[in-house]
Design a protein around this ligand. Sequence first.
Ligand SMILES: Cc1cc2nc3c(=O)[nH]c(=O)nc-3n(C[C@H](O)[C@H](O)[C@H](O)COP(=O)(O)OP(=O)(O)OC[C@H]3O[C@@H](n4cnc5c(N)ncnc54)[C@H](O)[C@@H]3O)c2cc1C
Length: 400
Amino acid sequence: MSGERRAEVLVVGGGPAGAMTAALLARRGRDVLVLEKARFPREKPCAEYLSPGVVAILQRAGVLDAVRAAGAAWPAGMHVDNGRASFLVAYHSPGGVEARTALGIPRPVFDQLLLDYARRCGARVWERWRVLAATVERGRVVGVRARASDGEVELRAELVVGADGIHSAVARSLGLDLPVRWPQRLGLVARYAGVRGIERFGAMHVGHGLYCGLAPVGFGLVNVGLVGALQTRRPGESMVRYFERRLAELPGAAEALRGARRVTPLRGVGPLARRVRRVAGPGYLLVGDAAGFLDPFTGEGVYRALRGAELAACAIERALQRCDRLPIGYERARQAAFADKERVCLLVQLFLGSPWGFDYVVRRLSARPHVARLLAGVLGDYRPARSALRPSYLWALLKP
Ligand SMILES: Cc1cc2nc3c(=O)[nH]c(=O)nc-3n(C[C@H](O)[C@H](O)[C@H](O)COP(=O)(O)OP(=O)(O)OC[C@H]3O[C@@H](n4cnc5c(N)ncnc54)[C@H](O)[C@@H]3O)c2cc1C
């Protein structure tokens, strides 16, 4: 073990949320220590389709050129198809030379780039450090208990950031997890070589209680992500068998994958959704999946991780300046940034759960390109989600 066992800010987890929070604070001269349980590069179950909103944040942070150099894919949108109708989620470019695109990139490559960026900004990063719990004294979080190769250690900080993902140890140890009853879904992903027709656009094939995303991720590979109801996995059925059986229920996806070869093991997460009681309190805040996650259909997980990191870094900087360890305003800033999009995502989930409803909406969107364009902007995280909740928009979308 090397280095000082305390820091101004301890960031638990070196994924996109943790790496970006650490980078932004270290850039401001703060003493930041990231504790990451894995050794990077590491895999993370993800469909690896990152919205145009992510591209904008990477540009703001000055890390987009490094991502470009890594050999990523830049899909211009996504075909959504339910076997009876389809529509194109195409991103509308703001004008000028640069087209607005999403980003397709293997997560081991992307996450390593961001963690290296945090290091370059001055953050210390300790890999293979598993945080067991937050340490609380007189009602405030004052550090964490962590396990490294030489045993268990207490580390102290002015503020602790729980960026440790969907099974956050920080949130669990503070009693912040809430039960999630709906949706109860299982997500499985793998990369394939030799997939046809997935270059400029990704594809989303939707079936009954089931969907499959195909995203180009560079390196001649396509990420195949399947999400279905948790209870549809038969007792004793292997993940591979389940994946193949359900994929066969989506003729469009099965056709695109004919002759293609799976080149990575199947990785999965279930249940996918996560909710927490609070995202901040004395001495701590949560960011990224640790602060809550719904379902990858609308593909905003990494956007929320990075935008949440920007908001967290601002709140932490203010708390450090005031010397009060209270991330005041963070919860409200997240509400302003994410609440409307969450409502849109819930509406999408409702339609997704009803084959008739989804059919109806897909047909309307395919016949009304201007309505589809606004939805693309909202789902792409570059238009305010509020605009898709206006009664006039909902009427334009849903009227017979
Ligand atoms: C099947 C599936 C498909 C998805 N597809 C997409 C998609 O296409 N687009 C999209 O934008 N989002 C997608 N998401 C969501 C996206 O993957 C997450 O929202 C995103 O990874 C959140 O980033 P994070 O940094 O919060 O968490 P993570 O990326 O999970 O990073 C957390 C880090 O914390 C570390 N850690 C965990 N516990 C500890 C501990 N106790 N101590 C120390 N370190 C710890 C982990 O090793 C990890 O490196 C998908 C999710 C799933 C499950």
